[in-house]
Design a protein. Structure first.
Length: 531
């Protein structure tokens, strides 16, 4: 849950003692090589388990799909099963297990803190921390809050601090990189035709509402007319919807979608083109990405300050006086201590990353970790270097050839082997300072409220299963843990080049592997108990 604030300014975040070394390695050389000793268990030693997994694969009828499996004992790091385990695969969202583990290893007790200050010269400065949870609609819903209430809490804090006469709001999102136009970027290898979708949202140093606009719709008055479309956040003075390509229909189904006018709507508005048919009321929101989420948030905040009488002369017919901090601009020296700080614990971000598979959260973890190491705006380039370095430090030569380009796994250019994933998961559990917290960030197979609830249906499991799914086109992956008593087994089942193979057939095989581990553990414990 988001901890909303109030007056105490944040203390500087603590960093690991090793950050000085990491910073030098990433910034000075750009290439990190930290080789550890050879890992144990290079050969599968649990032949019955590997044999059972191979039998499942032989009967799975996965046709021409490329399959890799690695199963590792987390205590001994012994390899229990290995099928194409050293080959490189696109891991899809299974990459989040690496991104989040690296973030937890480096950030540990870190909290995201977004600060609001007003130095008394007519400026209100929002200092972004790269927090992906800032006004996250899911987290707001869990607290019973609306966007309006969220904004009003900041306005109330400003009023309590006797802030007044605000002439402009400045967005300082420089904790993360910007694109060449000064806007929060999207990764160059993400699918261009999907950049309007929530899972391709831009990654900003000041995120807001997971960087999307929600649309809901109902039928128009007559057949063929434009439907009635509302937005959340509701800000008709800020959001312009072009509905000329929509219509009310009796046949077919709802097909509403939208994209933002990348050129901007002018006059300080955010313009969106809406497409498709509306047959029946759309209750579940249709999401469309917002290219400048920090400016959007600052505009809403300024409007709230205006309604509270805390601004200088302004009329809603004019553009909100909002701007982005320019490169090199010194806002810290001129600003006073924050009158409000919004805090999000790292554990909240880890869970949204791994349980809900929210891409924005993974990308913010990658970039914030990069910032902590380099003290430069967090970027995909430096974040990928930090991840590669940690993998090499923990796994040695086995990590050679791994390629990391983003934090969420959305890019097909990511390349990871099943054994690297399984060994990484084992290393997380061997680190007693973070192992329990990392495990708590993952979904359990018996959690009916999680995204994983559609998997392992009617599977009888004696062990506790933690799982992370992953899917992009032609890729289905499943990695996690099987826990029975004091035994924890890490597994990774990566399937690429699915082609015409039915996805359900791939999922069944992946779950068969987990069930096989579960049964093997039961037999192992039975044998141990008889000694």
């Amino acid at each position: 849950m988001i901890e909303a604030m109030l007056t105490a300014p944040p203390k500087p975040c603590s960093r690991m003692n090793s950050l000085h070394f990491l910073r030098r390695a990433v910034v000075c050389t750009g290439i990190v090589v930290c080789l550890s000793g050879e890992l144990p268990g290079g050969k599968a030693l649990a032949e019955p388990l590997e044999g059972a997994v191979r039998a499942s694969l032989n009967s799975a009828r996965l046709e021409k799909a490329r399959v890799g499996v690695a199963i590792v004992d987390c205590d001994s790091r012994e390899s229990l099963a290995s099928i194409n385990s050293s080959e490189l695969f696109a891991p899809a969202s299974n990459l989040k297990l690496i991104t989040s583990g690296v973030a937890l290893s480096i950030l540990k007790d870190f909290e995201f803190k977004t600060g609001f200050s007003a130095p008394g010269d007519g400026r209100l400065i929002i200092k972004g921390a790269g927090d992906p949870a800032l006004c996250d609609p899911k987290l707001l819903g869990e607290q019973g809050w609306s966007v309006e209430r969220f904004i009003s809490r900041v306005v109330d804090a400003a009023r309590a601090a006797k802030v007044s006469g605000i002439k402009e709001v400045i967005v300082d999102d420089r904790v993360f990189e910007r694109d060449t136009a000064g806007a929060p970027p999207v990764h160059p290898t993400w699918p261009r035709e999907q950049l309007n979708q929530w899972y391709c949202a831009p990654v900003s140093g000041l995120n807001f509402f997971t960087n999307v606009l929600e649309l809901r719709a109902s039928r128009g008055e007559r057949l063929g007319m434009k439907p009635n479309v509302t937005t959340e956040p509701a800000a008709p003075w800020l959001v312009n919807l072009d509905l000329s390509s929509t219509r009310t229909v009796n046949d077919g189904s709802n097909s509403l979608w939208a994209q933002q006018d990348r050129g901007g709507g002018g006059g300080g508005t955010f313009s969106f083109k809406v497409f498709g048919d509306v047959k029946s009321p759309i209750a579940a929101p249709v999401n469309v990405t917002v290219t400048q989420p920090g400016v959007f948030f600052a505009s809403l905040l300024f409007h709230g300050l205006w309604e509270a009488g805390l601004t200088a002369d302004w009329r809603p017919s004019n553009p909100p006086p909002v701007r982005i901090a320019v490169e090199g601009e010194d806002l810290v020296a001129a600003s006073s201590a924050p009158f409000a700080v919004i805090t999000t614990p790292l554990a909240t971000v880890l869970q949204r990353c791994n349980v809900d598979s929210q891409n924005l959260y993974a990308e913010c973890l990658l970039k914030r970790t990069a910032f902590e190491v380099t003290q430069q705006p967090g970027s995909w380039s430096t974040g990928s270097q930090v991840i590669t370095m940690l993998l090499t430090e923990k796994l040695g030569q086995e990590a050679r050839g791994v390629r990391i380009v983003d934090g969420s796994g959305l890019s097909k250019d990511n390349q990871v082997s099943p054994m690297v994933l399984a060994r990484w998961l084992a290393s997380m559990q061997q680190d007693k300072s973070i192992g329990a917290e990392f495990l708590a960030s993952m979904a359990r197979a018996d959690d009916k409220d999680a995204r994983i609830s559609k998997r392992f249906v009617d599977r009888r499991l004696a062990s506790t299963v933690y799982a992370k799914t992953g899917y992009i086109k032609n890729v289905l992956c499943l990695s996690g843990y099987v826990v029975r008593g004091d035994r924890t087994i890490a597994y990774s089942v990566l399937v690429n080049e699915i082609g015409a193979t039915p996805g359900q057939r791939v999922k069944d095989f992946q779950e068969d592997v987990v069930v096989t581990i579960d049964r093997w553990l039961s037999r192992e414990r039975g044998v141990a108990g008889s000694n």
